[in-house]
Every structure is written in structure tokens, then in C-alpha cells.
Design a protein around this ligand. Structure first.
Ligand SMILES: NC(=O)c1ccc[n+]([C@@H]2O[C@H](COP(=O)([O-])OP(=O)(O)OC[C@H]3O[C@@H](n4cnc5c(N)ncnc54)[C@H](OP(=O)(O)O)[C@@H]3O)[C@@H](O)[C@H]2O)c1
Length: 332
């Protein structure tokens, strides 16, 4: 099975074991790993480089793309388009949209593009990659988006504010600030996951309606609660960091057994992610998954009028037009 796989957030907690699995289990694939910082001072990128170095026959490249800068994302998409068009890289087999951001200790940050940083990194940047590159996919390509149990509009332990998709979706870029930084920050993250999950449905619809793309499919996976993820030490309070160190990590199996059957390690999640992205057994799968089980996403994600609003707004945010995507039937 030849082809190119783009993995974003490739030096993250799920990213590194996912990269390792791709390189070891699918050596025929060309792997494009994107990271926010490709400099040598970035220890996570250095860890990714070590993983690549352990696979001497790997066809792997690291690209620096900061998703908080949409021009950089468009530029990367253009680079990939040319590379695939000229035969430098084979056609895309999958894009795995793993990169993600949250800030549980500060207010919403507006990017230079004018969007909430959490929404931009988690969703808008991935919309650019998927829609700009859709014409570079193999006929049976796959798109793996990342959801979370946090996308459900029901109470959860991480926040007292539920996610939602407001009538005026632009409000997601101007979320409330306040003293309760942790809960408001998690709400921004959960909002982004709700938007991603909702967006996946019209994406599949437009793909199926287009004879050229009808066998390309998208899934959104809730990878589970990942007790060892470094997200718990990024932009989090000391109490969260301590909770991970002394409770979440050491008692991972007990938490899974007693409280949350989806609680597990990032490496375990990576196995499922790679299955959804490239394993023959998951060819043609689409929709929402909890781990590897097909599941129901929040009811609002199934509302076609909400889907349409999310779709239209995402095109606008990502600056996708008929001129820069091959999925022209999806553009009014
Ligand atoms: N961890 C969990 O419990 C959990 C639960 C449900 C869903 N998920 C989802 O699963 C996926 C993987 O999670 P994870 O635990 O592996 O997260 P993670 O360890 O925090 O990794 C996030 C990755 O995104 C990258 N990233 C952040 N900001 C970026 C930017 N501006 N530009 C480009 N890349 C950027 C990070 O790079 P830098 O560190 O260099 O910024 C890192 O590589 C995410 O989509 C997450 O939302 C995770």
C-alpha cells in the first residue's frame, strides 16, 4: 500500500506513538509529520526525530507549520499540492488531524488571523488542510478528525460550562473571559471539538455526492481519556499537573476499571487512530467513533441546519473558495 499520510501534531502524546506505528507497520507509506516547532531546542520534535532515526528505511519528513498562523497552513497546503502533483510524494492516503491546543490558565487568545486560538488550531487549520488537499487524495483516502467526550453538551468533570454552537457561530471566536480560567478554557476546547464533530457530517455528505470523491471518508474519533498525555502539563494549573502525576498516571488501569472504561494511555489510542487511518479493515468507515466503536455524537451534531451553518462558517474562516478546493460541489 503506497501513499502519503499527513499526521499533524506529530510530536504530541498520541502523535509520537502514531508516527512510530506508521513507520514500523506501514514502511511503504510516505509520512509527512507536521510540528509547531521543528527547531532542535524542541524536545518533543527531537523525540520524533529519534523515532524516525530508529527506522532507517523510513520515508518520513518533518515540516514546521504553526496552526496559529493560517498563512503558514495555506503555504504548507500549497507545498503539499505541488509535491504530490510533481510526483515528489505519492497521492494522499490519509490526513490525521491530531494537533490540538487548549489554555486552561488564561483567557481566550485572538490569533493574528482574528480567531480564538483554540478553535483555529483544533478546527480551522485542519479545514484548510483537508479542503485544499482533497484533490490530492487517492480515490479511497481517509480523513481522521479528533473529537472528545468533552464535545457532548452534558455535564462533565472538567468544566461547569457546557459547549454549544450558538446561532451566531462567530461568537465562538469571542468567548467569555472571567475568573474561572480552567472551566472557561475547557469550554473553548469542548466547543472546538463540537464544531469538528459537526463539520465531519457535511464533509462526508459532500464527498459522497461527488463522483470523484465518493470513496473518500471521514471519521471523528474520541480517543478516550489519556492519562499520560502531556496536554495535562500544557497551559494547566499546578493542581492539574499534580493530579496527573499522582493520580491519573499511576492509577490509569484502576480509573479505567472503576470509573471510565475509555481511560488509557496515549500509545493505546495511537493504535486505534492508525487503524482508522490506514488499516484495510476500516476502509470506508465514516462517522463518530468512541475508541474503535461506532457511536452517537451529540444530537446537535446531527441537525442538518446546524451542520450547514458550521460548514459555511468554516469555509469563510479557512478562506476556502471554489478557486482553492477540488470539492467544488461543497461551495455555494
Ligand atoms: N489527551 C486526552 O485526554 C484527549 C482526550 C480526548 C481527545 N483528545 C484529542 O486527541 C488528540 C491528541 O491529543 P494529545 O493528548 O496527543 O495532545 P498533546 O499531547 O497536547 O499534543 C498536541 C499536539 O498539537 C500540537 N500543537 C499545539 N499547538 C499547535 C500549533 N499552534 N501549531 C501546530 N501544532 C500545534 C502540539 O505541539 P506543541 O506541543 O509543540 O505545541 C502537539 O504536537 C488531540 O486532538 C486531542 O484534542 C485528547
Amino acid at each position: 500500500m503506497a501513499g502519503t499520510v499527513i499526521l499533524t501534531g506529530a510530536n504530541g502524546s498520541v502523535g509520537i506513538p502514531a508516527a512510530e506505528r506508521l513507520l514500523n507497520e506501514y514502511p511503504q507509506l510516505t509520512c509527512i509529520f507536521t510540528v509547531r516547532n521543528a527547531e532542535k531546542v524542541d524536545n518533543n520534535t527531537q523525540n520524533l526525530r529519534q523515532v524516525i532515526a530508529r527506522c532507517p528505511d523510513a520515508k518520513a519528513s518533518i515540516y514546521q507549520v504553526d496552526f496559529a498562523n493560517l498563512s503558514a497552513v495555506h503555504e504548507f497546503a500549497s507545498t503539499m499540492l505541488t509535491a504530490i502533483e510533481t510526483g515528489k510524494y505519492p497521492a494522499l492516503r490519509s490526513i490525521i488531524c491530531c494537533a490540538s491546543y487548549w489554555n486552561l490558565v488564561g483567557d481566550s487568545e485572538l490569533t493574528t488571523d482574528g480567531y480564538d486560538k483554540t478553535l483555529q488550531v483544533n478546527h480551522i487549520a485542519h479545514v484548510i488542510l483537508v479542503l485544499r488537499l482533497i484533490g490530492s487524495f487517492a480515490s479511497d483516502g481517509r480523513i481522521v478528525l479528533f473529537s472528545s467526550i468533552g464535545h457532548y453538551r452534558k455535564p462533565n468533570a472538567m468544566t461547569s460550562y457546557l459547549p454549544d454552537i450558538p446561532d451566531d457561530i462567530d461568537l465562538l471566536n469571542h468567548p467569555p473571559s472571567g475568573k474561572d480560567k480552567h472551566d472557561l478554557g475547557f469550554q473553548r476546547y469542548a466547543n472546538s471539538k463540537l464544531v469538528i464533530t459537526t463539520w465531519m457530517y457535511p464533509l462526508n455528505r459532500y464527498l459522497q455526492q461527488n463522483p470523484r470523491f465518493k470513496n473518500i471518508t471521514a471519521v471523528a474519533i474520541n480517543p478516550g481519556g489519556l492519562g499520560d498525555s502531556r496536554c495535562f502539563t500544557t497551559n494547566t494549573a499546578r493542581s492539574t499537573q499534580l493530579a496527573q502525576r499522582f493520580v491519573l498516571k499511576p492509577f490509569m488501569s484502576m480509573i479505567r476499571y472503576l470509573a471510565d472504561p475509555t481511560f488509557r494511555s496515549s500509545a493505546e489510542a495511537a493504535v486505534d487512530v492508525i487503524k482508522l487511518a490506514v488499516d484495510k479493515a476500516y476502509q470506508g468507515e465514516q462517522g463518530y467513533f468512541t475508541l474503535l466503536q461506532k457511536d452517537d455524537s451529540d444530537p446537535i451534531t446531527m441537525d442538518e441546519s446546524v451542520q450547514q451553518r458550521v460548514w459555511q462558517k468554516s469555509l469563510e474562516w479557512a478562506k476556502i473558495t471554489k478557486n482553492n478546493t477540488a470539492l467544488k460541489n461543497a461551495i455555494e
